[in-house]
Design a protein around this ligand. Sequence first.
Ligand code: SIN
Length: 291
Amino acid sequence: MGGKLSLIASELSPRMGSDVKISKADLVGGAHAKEIRALLDQRGVLLFRGIAPEDRELRAIARTLGDLRIGGVKRGADGKVLNEGEEGVLKVSLDEKVNPDYARFLIGNHLWHMDGTYEEIPPLATLFTPFKLSKTGGDTMFANTYAAFEDLPGEEKAAFEKLNVVHMMQAGLFPAKRNCTVEEFAVWASYPPRSYPLVWHHRSGRKSLVLSTSAAYVEDMHPAESHDLLQRLIAHATQDKYVYRHKWQMGDLVMWDNTGAMHRVLPFDRESGREFHRCTLNGEEPITAAA
Ligand code: SIN
């Protein structure tokens, strides 16, 4: 990353996350949009305290940073396009009354994942702000998959760069809801699997591990070896040294880079009405391996 950053930012953890001081007006007006994009790429997670954006402000901030996702992109076997929310703002809640289309899929958020591993080009980033918090639990954790790749021994890096991994929605959701109905499982299974390289060569020249609980198996590898490798890599990438755990306050705005990080929510009281508002930025580059 070239250029000197003029934003005031301090580290949230050594390898993940920065706390950024900026006014709401500057955020909404895009005064530092270029620097914010660069910092998001470097630090994976950005926290802006005391912003408390209304939905229209959240959309406006998102639009200063990228291509705000509007409408749905998911299609199951029934061909239904799920509504991602009103004009780009998705209500993240486990309550089906709050979010009739999505609530049943959000149970998977409890496990380490990347968003959109059923899409050709996964989302670039998420903007997330609390509407209602649970009194207990509900912290969100982020793991830096650039750093996790960088720290691997050289021979493993070279070997992993040759591997492709198949991602499936049922692999991501079943472990989070083992008591699912047969119908639910069938809906998850109706999303087409997607194969990605295990190591993403970003246009920036950086490399990250493409990991998520949706990672079902490594292609052309014995299932036992594939299972063990994926488990080992998720454990490696989610060690404390790569992780930032965010304890939410009302007013927070957090952005995360979906292309170089995994995230998960810690358990919370289902009756609490925990609700967040989220804007998603569409992805800008497909996951590609070394040329
Ligand atoms: C998510 O996994 O997208 C949301 C995480 C959270 O609810 O904290």
